[in-house]
Write a protein that binds this ligand. Structure first.
Ligand code: ADP
Ligand code: MG
Length: 406
């Protein structure tokens, strides 16, 4: 693999190793509702601890605005990590302050500490490279090496991802390595037909990747929040559904481009429309071109793809040899709007070939809906990162580790 790997760091026993993990897990009332990302980080942590390194883990959680906020504390993650590793995890209540210092100097060989949320410091995500560098330098003080294992953030130019790799001997962890091995199979010579399924709620983020994916895939399936911008681009009204009106021209361009390239672009033919964005909202299934005609009128919100669409999507997925899926088809957190996502997940488990799920919420969805991780070829811990990787974009967090492609 053309990236610096753990062995390039030499013997780490007795060394202080900083590791960037992605512990950005979903929380509800302080409880972790999907621990997939924590579990995915264990192999690298264990490898470092077994070598006798003093391991200082760091991560972000959620989107705090550059200052401490209790609801974004990583304390619940420290507790869960300790249980999973069956070891003491020292938790520092800050990142580069007094408490972090106290925790770091107390650390013995083969012991693990976790720092508080990196995004409590505005320099972590600053647009100013000098500010990021100053934060990275403070994080790096006293450390001997840096391991980058938060695959979910390697597409971000942030202090704990990029600048820190420039001031310490650095390497990719086992998780990043494994992600690259699997995802490279999608970018190099995917077995065809190759289908990509997109959904979720980050509409403008995900619309951007379509342009790069269209020339690479045979089938593109669109569900989730972005489908309404497509329907509107085709001239249909979408009532109160999620819509990015400023993206309509772009989407019209994609529709034309798909036709030119001979790519099958599948849009839902029916949609589940609800009276409101609520788990117990009244709802009905209507044709995708008749959303405005639902009994909820202008108030109607499309919250899932309908059963006909789910069946057609499932068939298109099962008939592919390579499938990448990012983004739930509907608001799967509410049972009434989970059927589309469930049908897609089921179809992925039946693919005769490689089926990859990417994205925090998508991974959480498949587990919540009762699927086992092993039913899929791979569950990527990165949503945005995996999409940008598939697009062929240069990811700053990988470049910083000497990545040159496989
Ligand atoms: P991922 O984390 O897998 O990349 P996203 O974060 O983009 O996925 O999107 C996940 C969210 O998208 C889920 O919380 C889901 O409720 C939401 N979603 C899916 N379909 C819709 C819809 N039609 N309207 C609003 N939100 C939706
Ligand atoms: Mg998400």
């Amino acid at each position: 693999m053309a990236i610096r790997t753990l062995d390039s760091l030499g013997d780490l026993s007795g060394r202080t190793v900083l590791i960037r993990c992605d512990f950005n897990v979903p929380l509800q009332d302080g409880e972790i509702t999907d621990e997939g990302r924590i579990v995915a980080s264990l192999p690298t942590l264990r490898a470092l601890l077994q070598q006798g390194a003093k391991v200082v883990a760091m991560s972000h959680l959620g989107r705090p605005k550059g200052a401490p906020e209790a609801k974004y504390s990583l304390a619940p993650v420290a507790r869960r990590l300790g249980e999973l590793l069956d070891a003491e995890v020292a938790f520092a209540a800050d990142t580069v302050g007094e408490d972090a210092h106290r925790v770091r100097i107390a650390l013995q060989d083969g012991q693990l500490a976790l720092l508080e949320n990196l995004r409590f410091d505005p320099r972590e995500t600053s647009d100013d490279a000098a500010e990021r560098a100053s934060f990275a330098a403070e994080l790096a003080a006293g450390a001997d090496a840096f391991v980058s294992d938060g695959f979910g953030v390697v597409h971000r130019a942030q202090a704990s991802v990029v600048e820190i790799a420039q001031v310490l001997p650095s390497a990719a962890g086992l998780l990043v390595e494994r992600e690259l091995t699997v995802l490279s199979r999608l970018t190099e010579t995917p077995e065809r037909p190759y289908a990509v399924v997109l959904g979720g709620s980050k509409v403008s983020d995900k619309l951007g990747v379509i342009e790069h994916l269209l020339p690479r895939v045979d089938r593109l399936l669109i569900g989730g929040g972005m489908l309404f911008t497509f329907l509107k681009a085709q001239g249909h009204e979408v009532a109160s559904s999620l819509l990015e009106a400023d993206q309509l021209d772009r989407v019209r361009g994609y529709l034309a481009q798909a036709e030119e390239l001979g790519v099958e672009l599948l849009l839902p033919t029916d949609v589940v429309v609800a009276a409101a964005f609520a788990a117990d909202a009244e709802h009905e299934t209507v044709a995708a071109d008749a959303i405005a005609g639902s009994r909820f009128g202008d108030a109607g919100i499309g919250l899932d793809i309908g059963p006909d669409s789910a069946a057609a999507f499932a068939e298109a997925i099962r008939g592919a040899r390579t499938v990448f899926w990012n983004g739930p088809m509907g608001v799967f957190e509410m049972e009434a709007f989970a059927a589309g996502t469930k049908a897609i997940a089921q179809a992925l488990t039946e693919v005769d070939g490689l089926a990859v799920v990417g994205g925090g919420d998508s991974a959480a969805a498949v587990r919540q809906l009762g699927f086992d991780d092993s039913a899929f070829g791979h569950i990527s811990t990165g949503g945005g990162a995996s999409l940008e990787f598939l697009e062929g974009a240069a990811l700053p967090g990988l470049e910083a580790l000497g990545w040159e492609g496989r």
